[in-house]
Design a protein around this ligand. Structure first.
Ligand SMILES: CC(C)(COP(=O)(O)OP(=O)(O)OC[C@H]1O[C@@H](n2cnc3c(N)ncnc32)[C@H](O)[C@@H]1OP(=O)(O)O)[C@@H](O)C(=O)NCCC(=O)NCCS
Length: 172
């Protein structure tokens, strides 16, 4: 309990975090229960892992908050994933608004027999931090020090404006 409290207060005192402080990668082997009878992994299984890693990245950034998914941008499955493949998801924060955050997730499938990886898709997930009353709560800023991080931040901001307009929300 004391440790948890210390972690919370440490997070509150931080003025921001860099994207590399929250980025994550996960590798999961695809099993028969993840696939149809012909061995193709279900899109829904991939979306579940996408949602999980996006939430993990946002949680690493936001710390104390409850994280929920507000939207997942259009996702195209470029290549099939089969039973026995390793599904590799790499996720990082691009943009932080107030309570909302854009997480970019890159999904690859690796044929473990030949050690070959293919890109299965890339998705942008918007997650929102909530307080204990389930109300949106401001999170610490994203610190962009490198040119790459700054570029991603501006692109993320622009996508967020388009995304919000697309669902008829006022852009603030
Ligand atoms: C996401 C949710 C919290 C937004 O609640 P709300 O009452 O509209 O709150 P607000 O208007 O204050 O918006 C909160 C933030 O969400 C963002 N947001 C809301 N809908 C969004 C959408 N479709 N896409 C991107 N961002 C969105 C807003 O822009 C705002 O961001 P900001 O604080 O950074 O400016 C609410 O719609 C919700 O709880 N949805 C269900 C989430 C969930 O349970 N997901 C799991 C699957 S069911």
């Amino acid at each position: 309990m004391i440790i948890a409290l210390k972690m919370v207060s440490a997070n509150y005192s931080q003025i921001g975090k860099r994207p590399d402080e929250s980025k994550s990668e996960t590798t999961i082997i695809m099993l028969p229960s993840d696939a149809n009878p012909k061995g193709n992994v279900f899109g829904g299984v991939i979306l579940k892992h996408l949602d999980l890693i996006a939430g993990l990245v946002a949680k690493r950034h936001a710390g104390h908050a409850n994280i929920v998914t507000a939207s997942i941008d259009r996702m195209t499955f470029l290549k099939p994933v089969y039973i026995g493949n390793a599904l590799i998801l790499s996720a990082r924060l691009n943009y932080v608004k107030r309570s909302s955050m854009e997480v970019e997730v890159r999904i690859e499938a690796e044929d473990l027999d030949i050690g070959q990886r293919v890109l299965t898709g890339t998705a942008f997930v918007t997650v929102v931090a909530l307080d204990e009353h389930r109300k949106p709560i401001e999170v610490i800023p994203l610190i962009s020090n490198t040119d790459e991080d700054k570029k991603r931040f501006h692109e993320g901001e622009s996508r967020m404006m388009t995304r919000l307009k697309g669902v008829g929300r006022a852009v603030t």
